[in-house]
Design a protein around this ligand. Structure first.
Ligand SMILES: [Zn+2]
Length: 181
């Protein structure tokens, strides 16, 4: 989370009045590049966040995400564009470090009592990732009438088969000789 770009998702809350506050964000590839091994490489998303300050130490964040994301087809690894619509609420609570250890709720963001701001990038990343279907293929592409490339699928299958080939017995013998040394 030390990526400079993600500082855009800092929300300083000191002095915020009670009630609702609205924030909007436009998300593109720069956002996803800030996360290691993101299954989503690119996107064109609009995010609306409503921060409802219920009281000094309790906020409710209501995220609304809408747009498209780019990811890989499970079958042929081609880039595909999928629709993404999602809504999720996250509660922000203030707890000292000792009581934070018992918490493991993804819908709750815990802050140190003396915090003055929080960052929503990780929450946003997770909410967007939840929009990915279990199985994603070219046929689901939201923009183009796409099908998997059969030549690529065949090549991938061949590579897989080579991986599964039994190890050359001579090599195994050599290894056991080396191990005895
Ligand atoms: Zn495909």
């Amino acid at each position: 989370m030390d990526h400079e770009h993600l500082r855009l998702y800092d929300i300083p809350f000191v002095g915020l009045s009670e009630g609702e506050h609205a924030y909007t964000y436009e998300i593109d590839h720069v956002f996803f590049e800030a996360f290691d091994q993101s299954p989503i490489h690119n996107g064109d998303l609009y995010v609306r966040l409503t921060l409802d300050k219920k009281k000094e130490s309790f906020f409710v964040l209501d995220f609304f995400v809408d747009g498209t994301i780019e990811t890989e087809c499970d079958r042929c690894l081609d880039t595909i564009t999928l629709q993404a619509h999602g809504r999720q609420q996250v509660m922000v609570k203030f707890e000292d470090e000792a009581s934070q250890k018992d918490y493991d709720d993804p819908d709750v963001m815990l802050l140190e009592p003396k915090a003055t701001q929080f960052n929503i990038a990780q929450q946003l990343f997770e909410i967007i990732n939840l929009q990915l279907p279990m199985r994603k293929t070219c046929e689901m592409d939201a923009i183009a009438d796409k099908t998997c490339d059969p030549a690529v699928i065949e090549k991938l299958h061949k590579l897989q088969e080579e991986d599964e080939k039994p190890i050359d017995p001579r090599w195994e013998q050599l290894k056991s000789i080396q191990n005895r040394k």
